[in-house]
Design a protein around this ligand. Sequence first.
Ligand code: ZN
Length: 148
Amino acid sequence: MSKVRIECWKCHADVLLIDRSDADGECPRCGVEIALDDYLIQAMDARDALAAENERLRKDRAACWAEFKALVKSSNDTGRYLHDEIERLTARVAELERDAGRYRWLRGRLPGSAYRIAGVIYSEGGDGVDAAVDAAMAAQAEKESTHE
Ligand SMILES: [Zn+2]
């Protein structure tokens, strides 16, 4: 009570309730009577507005918490998916590297002067073997597509 302040309706002075009481219910500055009914009604309206806001914030908090939990779950699901995908792709890369290694091993052991691949003779180095394999595979794919 001693620290509660109200504003005088006439002079707008900031008045301590205790000072109003000491002045027999009047403004210590301008002397008008300050009835407390209006202040009480304002305070109760403010209290009701704060209670409504508090309830709205409580619902917002619950909604935010639910959204947060959903995001965490989604993030965890994505993390697990990516972890599995990385493992799968790492295994696939290792498999492809073994295949490529076999191909390079084989290519390096072909006679150096000339290669006969799919009926075509090539006489270049490793690049020539690559070109020959590409050409043979393209020809086979073309042949298979025209047969469909
Ligand atoms: Zn006043």
